[in-house]
Design a protein around this ligand. Sequence first.
Ligand code: ADP
Length: 475
Amino acid sequence: MSFVKMFKSIFTRLLTTYLLIIISAVLLLSVLMTFFYSNLEFDKIHKNQLNAAKRINVLANDYIAGYLNKSQLVSNLNSIGYVSESGIYIVRADFRYLSGQKTLDIDKELMEVQLIDDIKIILKNKTVYYKSKYLKSYETYVVFTGVPLKDNGKVTGAILLFTPLDSITEYIGSLIWTIWLIALFAILISSIFIYITSRNISQPIKKMESAALKLAKGEEHADIEITSRDEIGKLSESFNYMKNQLAITEKMRREFITNVSHELRTPLTSIRGFIQGMLDGLIKAENMNKFLNIIMDEVMRLTRLTGEILELAKLQSGNIRLLKEKVHLTGLANDISESVKPLLEEKNQTFNVVCDESYYIIADPDRLKQILFNITGNAIKYTGKNGSIRLDISKKDSDFLFSVSDNGIGIPPDELPYIFEKFYMVDKSRGSSGQSSGVGLNIAKSLVEMHGGRIEAKSTPGEGTEIIFCIPDIL
Ligand code: ADP
């Protein structure tokens, strides 16, 4: 795998980004800590040197005034030098060496140009401080502090203090070591966590990708395992839901095609048979009318079926526009009664309309009739002989309620949630009567929703069904 390709994967991208952030943060922190602690140590030494310088100033003045002799001065300087771990030199303003804690060749020391320059600065009443300065005679690096020697505010010389860096470097070295060891440990631990987190994020996405590919090719795929409750977990959940919905739709589509082709083939076969019979002169003239009526019935069946499919396609593509107007509901209910009369008579069923008041609604009258016709038609279809159907129209708050109830065969509870889905038929064998296609309620639902309403069903198998829908009153 090429580097570019590798970097395209979410896992490597997450891992590298996280690692870069963590490593740079830890490194930066370590550098800052090292710098901070070393500075703290240098400042401590410098402060010690300044304190020592104050005491040296008093001793030097006492010596110059004759209160102390040379050996007393040297022994005092020795003890100050011991406590502050420093070498001490006192130089007078005329560059004559006044005294030091040890007998040292200060002249050789002063030969160092840099030191002479420093003394010149100190004599101008300034403090000089180097965190690290190489001293030839010490053959090492030292912390150097030089302060003016003063008598009654007047600069009379310079006090020079050197603390060898060896002990500090040792201390700072071990400090840096510890800091970097902790940093390394932190990077190691966080790398493990980062690796696990990155994998947990990328793994389900990878699985979803391969599952999506399989689905696209029409292959089956098991549910994606849900390993977390976060956004990725929710995405996997939605993916599984989508996959199952697709499977349901696909199953319904196949069933529908099987049904529709069967529904189309049956009437077509009989129409062809009868026409062939007529053409071959097999049907007697006195029977001609009877067979033409049968052909007519079959043609009507085909027309209804293709009409429904066309309607569904129009609704799905959003090609239907409502032509709303003020509709008188009692009048509309009477129209429905008239339309379903032949169907009712066939089964000797009764149809009652209950609408206490004279309501007006703003709706598309043809579409509202279509909704009611589909629902009432079902009630008639799925109710036995001598059954009774009832249409209730009422108003609740700002909604018109329409309820169509029957005392027919009912719908099993586990099938009830699906009856509004397209092509869904409770009993697939019912479809063979030629009266079912599983789209009637889906069309009704879409039309109710286009009117801003809702639709639902209640049913008890063996007792009957009630389909209720509401449409908001916008008058
Ligand atoms: P269909 O053309 O099959 O009637 P619908 O979409 O109108 O299609 O209805 C979907 C399914 O719901 C039907 O197949 C039927 O099983 C069930 N159904 C609808 N209305 C009723 C009812 N009033 N009584 C019993 N079952 C019903």
